[in-house]
Design a protein. Structure first.
Length: 254
């Protein structure tokens, strides 16, 4: 928990830049606070709960490997820490996506949240969400390269894949918002930059899923080549000229 706390704090701060998540999180923690104001632990402690707690504790301890069979290295994270960090991060994203339900329904019907313009909706937390995606990629890479090789972690590929999929949804969420903005007002140079960056992130996380599925996949090599191609596209295309012509073709006025 201590290892993942700083990462969760940064991610929560970034995700709170989205108004829907900020309001949902605020309301949720207010209800939790109201609950604990009235909560009394003494009401739940009795002979039965103590016995059940002892049984659960004993079952957990019995499931652990004997100490002499563990071969942990001090410079590697054991599976328990790795899995905890990933699970806590995934739970944060589940909380975020639940907060977005109303926004998703609105996006399906092309409706903006109350009191927001297309520009505010598209920009709401865009750079923060992209930063969160980068943190997720770094977290997956860090845990993969620092997990204890002497202890095979069967849950690591699954949890890493779930986090990568959550990141893809995160990028897709921003892309849909940007799509609604472009559909309303047309293209600009900066909007093309945002689309470029989201597309690159999306492709890199698709590659990370391939790497998780096939360990022999050369992610670094393919990622470097694809990133180089994307940067070449970024520098070689005149997006101002492209925006003007596309806006004329699609019937957008300045």
């Amino acid at each position: 928990m201590c290892a993942v706390a700083p990462v969760l704090a940064v991610l929560a701060f970034l995700l709170c830049s989205d108004r829907a998540f900020d309001e949902f999180a605020g309301a949720t923690f207010k209800h939790i606070g109201d609950f604990f104001d009235k909560f009394s632990l003494s009401e739940y402690i009795n002979i039965f709960t103590v016995l059940i707690g002892m049984y659960i504790f004993g079952a957990i301890c019995a499931s652990e490997e004997p100490h002499e069979l563990r071969k942990q290295k001090t410079n590697f994270f054991p599976p328990q820490i790795v899995n905890t960090m990933l699970i806590m991060t995934i739970l944060l994203y589940i909380f975020f996506f639940v907060a977005q339900i109303n926004s998703y329904v609105g996006m399906i019907f092309g409706k903006l949240p109350d009191g927001m313009t297309y520009a505010e909706f598209a920009r709401s937390g865009f750079f923060q969400l992209c930063a969160a995606a980068c943190i997720n990629g770094a977290l997956i890479y860090f845990l993969y390269t620092n997990s204890n090789p002497s202890q095979k972690n069967k849950k690591l590929p699954l949890l890493s894949a779930v986090l990568a999929c959550a990141t893809l949804l995160l990028v897709f969420n921003s892309a849909v918002k940007m799509g609604m903005y472009v559909n309303a007002y047309g293209f600009t140079e900066k909007r093309f930059y945002a689309i470029w960056f989201m597309t690159l992130l999306f492709v890199l996380f698709i590659l990370s899923l391939v790497k998780i599925k096939k360990s022999e996949f050369k992610l670094s090599q393919y990622g470097t080549v694809i990133s180089s191609v994307f940067f070449a596209i970024l520098f070689l295309i005149n997006y101002s000229y492209l925006s003007e012509n596309l806006n004329v073709l699609l019937g957008f006025t300045k």
